[in-house]
Design a protein around this ligand. Sequence first.
Ligand code: 5GP
Ligand code: ZN
Length: 115
Amino acid sequence: MAEDCLFCKIIKGEIPSAKVYEDEEIFAFKDINPQAPVHIVIIPKKHIESLSGAEINDAEVLGRLQLAAAKIAAQLGGLENGYRLVNNCGHDAGQTVFHIHYHLLGGRILGWPPG
Ligand code: 5GP
Ligand code: ZN
């Protein structure tokens, strides 16, 4: 946990969120500013700043994040026809919260390439 991290505060319940999934290592909640009809943020409970900051001991939790995304996608309505899992890593990719996270997006046709 990092003291001044928004997502660590969401995990601890200090900032409210619309939780959709939680297990021992992972937490997921609805994005406050959704970019698609379904937009979920999936995070590890361990504070890792970004994908670039991940280490070999984080390999398991990174895999678990992806598997959690698939599980959440199967449980939520509206993603039967597909979805996208996105990680913004660093400033140029648009990362604004420096606690690693995946965006699970869907419920509409998603354009490619992304903006
Ligand atoms: P990034 O831009 O770092 O890839 O993604 C951060 C995401 O967190 C953004 O999509 C933003 O809307 C979301 N977000 C930022 N603050 C909050 C908050 O307080 N609550 C929730 N639910 N989402 C947030
Ligand atoms: Zn954090």
